[in-house]
Every structure is written in C-alpha cells, then in structure tokens.
Ligand binder design. Sequence first.
Ligand code: PMP
Length: 412
Amino acid sequence: PILSRFTQIEVDHGEGPYLYTTDGRRYLDFSTGIGVTNTGHCHPRVVAAAQAQVGKLIHGQANVVYHKPVLQLIEELQRILPPHLDSFFFTNSGAEAIEAALKLSRHATGRTNTVVFQGGYHGRTIGSVSLTTSNPIYHYRYQPLMPGVYVAPFPNAYYYGWSEDETESFCLKQLRHLLASQTAPEETAAMFIEPVLGEGGYVVPTPGFLAGVQEICNEHSILLIVDEVQSGFGRTGKWFAYQHFGVEPDIIVMAKGLASGFPLSGIAARSELMQHSPVGSQGGTYGGNAVSCAAAVATLQVLEEEGLIENSARMGAKLMERLKALQDQYPAIGNVRGLGLMVGVEFTSAAGDPDAAAAKAVIKECLDRKLILLSCGTYGNVIRWIAPLVISDSHLDEALDIFADALEAVAA
Ligand code: PMP
C-alpha cells in the first residue's frame, strides 16, 4: 500500500520497446522502468554479459577484492567522461549515490550547507529527500529532515510566464540573493542540480542558466554537482545532459540508464576531491556488484556501437515536432519541451492552470490502446516521454498515433 502505482499490468517478459503480459497482451513501453532501460528490455548483449558474469563471479565485495567488470566499467566511463572526473565510487541506487555526493561535498569543502533547485528530485533517503522539492508527499509526516538545505528557483520559463532571458536573469539573481541572505558562501559546500528537471516536470533550463550557476560556484569555491540519474546515458541525445550547457561539473551522479536495469549507481569526481574523504567513510556491501558492472559495460558499448545516442537526438527531434503539431490542434496542451528523448507535455486548463485530470485521462486512453506513458511534475499535469533509445521511426509513429487518438478521445 505504500507504493504509488501507474498500472496494474502483470508482465511476463520484455523485449526491446515492448512488454508482454502474462495473458499475452503486448504494450509499447515508453516508461522504460522510469528512465532505466535505455537499451530496451533485455538487450541481447546486456543479457549475454550478465549471464556470463553470473557463471564466473556474482559478488566480489569492493572492500575485499577488485573484480574485472568494475575495472572494465571504470575504463569505459573514463572514455565518455571528461578527464578531470577520474575517480569513482559505486553504489546501488540513485538515492545512495546522491548521499555519497553529499557526504563527499562536505568532506571535500569542510562546509555544511547545500543549495538545491525548486522542483528537483534526488531520492527518498533522509539526506536525498532533504534535497528533494518536487512534491510534499516525500516529506509528509517524515520531518524534521536534514538541515542546511536551501532552495533556489529553477528557470522554468513556462511556469513563470516570462521570456527565457527574463527567467534566467531572475533565477540567477535569486541564487546570488540566497547566498547573500541565507547560506553564506563559506558555509555552502555544493549546489545539486538536475540539468533537465525529471520528476519535477521534465523542464529544460534556459540556455545559459547552468553556466551562470557554475560561474557563481566558481566565485565561491562551491562544488557543482549534476544529478544525471534520470537525464544520463544518452537520454537527452548526448551522453549526459549537462553537456548541452557548456559546464564542467565537479561531481556527476549516475544511476538508472547505467546498467539497463541492474541495480548500479555511482559518482564520478576529481580524485583530488575524493582524497579528502576519510578512508572507510563511504562504502556498502553490494556497491559495484560484479553482475551489475558487467551489464553496465555492455550497456555503454551498446549505446555507443549501436548509435543509440544519435538515435535519441533524431527521434527526440521528430517527437518534439509531432507533439508541437498536436499542441496547435489541442488547447489542453500548454507546453511541449525537451531534449532528445526526454520530453514533457504539460496540460493546462483554459485559464492556464495545471490540469492533472487531463494528463491522467490521456495516459489512461493511451494505456487502453497499449502504450505506457507516465506523468510527472509537482502538479501531476505533465506527461513525460522517456522512450527507450532503441526505438525506430515505426515505434515512434505507433506511439504518436495512439497519443493523438487518446487526445481526441479526451477532447470529445
Ligand atoms: N535523482 C533523480 C534525478 C531521479 O530521477 C531519481 C529517481 N527517480 C533519483 C535521484 C533516485 O534514484 P533511486 O530511485 O534509484 O534511488
């Protein structure tokens, strides 16, 4: 009873973009297990790598031994990450990796406070949920939370109803104001930001915002930590979403798409930062599990060798074009935005207020037509498109035709 549920579907197996139910129905899965199965369900190369590893070594505990898959994974990650992020720590879930980044930021700076951005989602453990501001349910009757967290506005131009320029300068001014009024820079360890807001509504920041945040961080030696848990591994048409914005983060937090569904997460940071953490201050029994790491190595190779990141950019552009055409046709769609295959469709009433009922009704009509889509956003009025990166034009057409039919059914 404590889990919210999007569907009641009972699944037997998955293949590529499809899920097959125990009673033989086939669904087009554009939820990808909430942004996890970027390579599609059960990609043969990921399956083979995991199967082979299970027969060799399942658990090679990180405090006790090194194993080959973790060493291979580090090599693969070093190929795709900027050279200054040369040190890694692996965990099992996104929230744990956020905790690791939080702890590291305090160790490395000797400072206590953290700045986060309105609408961000970083997890549900006490530390990570204290950084989360996308919905009060995560805090409800669970307070007091971890102190020392300060919230700055995220540049959501549609929400403010302003131009991108106005929104960006307002938000950067507010960020400076926060440092002047509430958390002194000398006490501020880090700023955590999702380069594209995920659970908070699939919001792309204004073009210069992240660079502005970095500038402020640099002025005060505050660490810039990007949470790429949902936006990483090709989701936005680049390896990581921060790469769209010309910034160089101090720490990257990764999970979800890293291992195609095996529990694996981690942080990448400059080794000079990690040197500040006392030996033994971070750890965990299962972090960097051998089977998960083997699956991650295969995942990164598949993303690269099968051109899935380029496919994400190409399919995303087509998706945005078709969704914008639907926006012209259906006034319930207030806004369409996204990068690559991380696209949000926001539903608003005639008065311009968030319309969660419309989003919910469209999702239900899609589900009846065997397309799984999820909602997000503080008001639950955004439909998020997180298709697997393996989709072809025909999968996208199939989904968009269903979506158009669903809009028509709800409008009727
Ligand atoms: N950060 C972001 C951006 C996320 O989207 C999520 C999960 N939705 C998390 C952190 C937490 O990850 P997990 O659920 O694996 O703890």
